[in-house]
Design a protein around this ligand. Structure first.
Ligand SMILES: Cc1cc2nc3c(=O)[nH]c(=O)nc-3n(C[C@H](O)[C@H](O)[C@H](O)COP(=O)(O)OP(=O)(O)OC[C@H]3O[C@@H](n4cnc5c(N)ncnc54)[C@H](O)[C@@H]3O)c2cc1C
Length: 464
């Protein structure tokens, strides 16, 4: 142990903190990365707990790293330099729902699907949630600026956050925003905290806007001769202004891997999944028809679902993609599941580039993603026990991100910077902008105790 953590005994009952190896070991990895090494774990049960622990750690120069469900992909929740890992998952209150205002309150540790269930009781939905909402928390989603399959129509999680409560590094509790749908009052600290990955404050409570369940939905799937045709079709559907709620791409390798994982027959074709939400069956049918025409014009064979069960069958495979790739083959594991995102007109070029970079370096690179947003997930598959292969895989991953930046896109559309994307920050934003970000960090966390290894470049980082 590198810190004297006895002060935690004065702040919290024994069931809320631990320095035991078995407990600390639970926090050494997230879904995508490993390397966490906390000296202690704290399970906060109230805003006051968070505030007192942060204030005491800040006084003692002890680092604090927030950790929620650990479904993050870029290692942002890992305490790589020790200190306290502060688990927010017990802050899990759900509600009340205010159906008249289309709003729900939640503790930061509440799991997305619990919010969805509470909203559904009132005929409401949480539209921007990520695929991972079945296990990830609302605090984690806010912190990473998460988004999901329906973002192409409804926007990102951050667009639905009305107000939030957060604790700053020195223990100060702030409330940002209001319950009004819009506001021009003061600096928008809510937006500043969204996507700040636990580096500016620990979110403890959130008010989210909700939407009415759409009265009518249609869903379908189009398969294409080539991946290039599928990617071009996505771009065309968006540019035609077709009101899709979801537009996802799956490449043939991902389809094969998912097929094996869920033990079902997913055709190994380049595929586009689509969903339409509308105010009536007639308008859903009309928009679906526009979409079918656009997809067929682009060379697709389209299969529309006729009922909810069939819709679910069409979707089931896509939902499993990330887990299937991770579990596929121990000797071909993903270096990371990256999430570059580019302007929609450049989407086909981005998908082509991923394939050609994979081929140049001799790697399989399954690709899939929230294509309607210009987002594509890619996983360079390497033998983790072969250091040379891992190094070459990293080169391939770097080239994929560089290509996204050349196309005026971003290194991460939704997973966040964490530890994995720090090295691209200067390249993506420019040195002056990164300095401005560091000044914000310095203003809100002058001692640098709150998750300081995540989100922004640190001395010694290799620039990519
Ligand atoms: C199978 C799978 C599918 C996924 N699909 C999507 C997807 O569709 N879209 C998407 O955007 N992401 C997706 N993800 C990534 C991940 O689920 C999201 O990043 C999610 O928002 C992380 O939430 P979490 O509760 O697990 O947070 P964690 O992983 O525990 O933490 C993530 C980051 O947030 C910080 N943090 C956590 N809680 C707080 C808090 N209360 N206050 C301040 N900082 C905090 C942590 O320090 C860390 O930096 C997927 C992941 C998996 C494994």
């Amino acid at each position: 142990m590198t810190h004297d953590l006895d002060f935690l005994a004065d702040l919290l009952p024994p069931a809320q903190w631990s320095v035991a190896c078995a407990d600390r070991d639970e926090y050494t990895e997230d879904w995508g990365r490993s390397g966490g090494d906390p000296d202690a774990v704290v399970w906060a049960e109230s805003t006051d707990d968070v505030s007192r622990v942060l204030a005491a750690c800040d006084d003692r120069d002890i680092l604090v790293t927030p950790y929620a469900a650990g479904s993050g992909i870029e290692g942002g929740a890992l305490a790589t330099e020790g200190g306290v890992t502060l688990d927010t998952s017990r802050l899990d209150t759900v509600g009340p729902v205010r159906p008249d205002d289309l709003q729900i309150d939640a503790g930061a540790g509440a799991v997305g699907s619990d919010l969805e269930a509470a909203a559904a009781d009132h005929g409401l939905i949480c539209p921007p949630f990520p695929q991972s909402a079945v296990f990830s928390t609302i605090g984690g989603m806010v912190a990473t600026s998460a988004s999901g399959t329906r973002t192409v129509k409804y926007g990102e999680v951050g667009d639905w956050v009305l107000d939030l409560e957060a604790v700053l590094a020195d223990g100060t509790v702030v409330e940002t925003g209001s319950r009004a749908r819009k506001s021009s009052s003061g600096y928008d600290l809510t937006s500043l905290l969204v996507g700040s990955e636990g580096t500016l404050g620990i979110v403890t409570r959130v008010t989210l806007a909700l939407a009415p369940e759409p009265p009518a939905r249609r869903a379908g799937k189009a398969t294409f001769e080539t991946l290039d045709d599928a990617a071009a079709a996505v771009s065309q559907v968006v540019r035609a202004g077709i009101d899709v709620a979801t537009l996802e791409l799956v490449d043939p390798l991902t389809a094969r891997i998912v097929s094996a994982y869920v033990d079902t027959d997913v055709a190994p074709d380049p595929s586009v999944f689509v969903e339409i939400h509308a105010g009536s069956k007639m308008s859903a049918d009309a928009e679906a028809q526009r979409c079918v025409t656009a997809l067929e014009d682009a060379g697709g064979r389209v299969e529309l679902a006729n009922d909810p069960d069939e819709m679910e069958r069409i979707w089931a495979a896509r939902r499993q993609a990330a887990d299937a790739i991770k579990a596929w083959d121990e000797s071909r594991t993903p270096l990371t599941v990256g999430d570059v995102t580019v302007p929609i007109g450049s989407f086909p070029e981005m998908v082509r580039s991923i394939q050609s970079i994979g081929a140049d370096h001799g790697f399989d690179v399954p690709a899939f993603g929230h294509a309607g947003d210009g987002n594509v997930h890619y996983a360079v598959l390497v033998d983790p026990d072969d250091p040379d292969e891992v190094a070459r895989g990293k080169e391939a991953s770097d080239r994929i991100v560089e290509r996204a930046l050349e196309l005026k896109g971003t290194s991460t559309g939704e997973h966040g910077v964490g530890l994995g994307k720090r090295g691209y920050m200067k390249r993506e934003h420019g040195a002056a902008t990164v300095r401005a970000m560091q000044a914000v960090k310095q203003a809100l966390d002058p001692n640098g105790t709150l998750n300081p290894r995540s989100g922004l470049p640190v001395p010694g980082d290799a620039e990519r």
